[in-house]
Design a protein around this ligand. Structure first.
Ligand code: PAF
Length: 275
């Protein structure tokens, strides 16, 4: 497996002209990321995984400094998965100073859900993913659907910025008790970890109630009350259309899902479930 760190390394790697799938990550890989690598392999001859903790998408009080950096372990996992190459650029390579150009997503998609609580987050995500696209010129890029809003914003960015790249979403991978896999799960203490499975159970109950005809107002209020009663600080629980993130009040004739974000102590967890 090749380790690429400079634009020249990537240019040399791309000379083969083989069909390439890019899987952008911030490292600290878990089974969810590895499932994206397997999905990527189904769509391309070669798989490039980028590992870069992107300062630009973290707010001033967020976990950029303590975000786990486990490069050696990540590479061992990727090698075992048959990944072709890892792109591990220096910050100064991706962000030559002064960094004055940014990719700004539209407010309708980015100022809601996670974006409403993390100002500038999706601008940071779009900017770094554009740079990764420009450097590696992949044919396909794979993103996890746990970050459903991110997936939608990046798919729309790709379309509007004319990147000739197919965007593929990988299903959420869950622990045996239902908790969606996330690098942030390791911040949870044992009691919080045991409680964390409630997020998925609440989503399951809420989607079942909506399908059975309960009103959204009742379902939303009951779900948030149960979260609060069990020590969570909810950020949002929303029911949105899959195609444009517009709110739903009753079952739409397009795909839709519930999306949730809540704090357990200092750890912010997100999850979502299709109806
Ligand atoms: O989902 C992530 O891990 C990050 O937001 C991404 C897409 C790698 C951009 O930094």
């Amino acid at each position: 497996m090749l380790i690429l760190s400079t634009p020249e390394d990537v240019a040399r790697f791309r000379q083969t002209g083989k069909k390439l799938a890019l899987v952008p990550t911030m490292g600290n890989l878990h089974a969810g990321h590895l499932s994206l690598v397997r999905l990527a392999k189904q769509h391309a001859d070669e798989v490039l995984v980028s590992i870069f903790v992107n300062r630009l998408q973290f707010g001033p009080n967020e976990d950029f400094d303590r975000y786990p950096r486990t490069f050696e372990r990540d590479c061992a996992l990727l090698e075992a998965e048959g990944c072709t190459a890892v792109l591990h650029p220096e910050e100064s390579t991706l962000y030559p100073q002064p960094q004055q150009y940014f990719v700004e997503p539209p407010e309708a998609l980015s100022d809601t859900l996670c974006g409403a609580f993390r100002p500038g987050h999706f601008r940071g995500v779009c900017t770094v993913v554009s740079k990764l696209f420009n450097l590696s010129r992949p044919d396909v890029a794979v993103f996890g659907l746990k970050d459903f809003q991110q997936f939608l914003i990046l798919r729309e960015m790709t379309r509007q910025m004319n990147h000739p790249i197919e965007i593929i979403g990988g299903e959420i991978v869950r622990e045996a008790d239902g908790l969606a896999m996330s690098s942030r799960n390791q911040y949870l203490d044992p009691a919080q970890r045991a409680e964390a499975t409630r997020l998925y159970r609440l989503l399951q109950t809420a989607t079942a109630r909506l399908k059975a005809g309960d009103t959204w107002a009742d379902v939303q209020a009951a779900t948030q009350a149960e979260l609060q009663a069990n020590g969570w600080v909810p950020q949002y629980l929303e029911w949105r259309r899959d195609d444009n993130l517009q709110p739903c009040e009753q079952l739409p004739d397009v795909a839709s899902r519930l999306l949730i974000a809540a704090f357990s102590g200092n750890t912010r967890l997100i999850d979502n479930l299709s109806l």
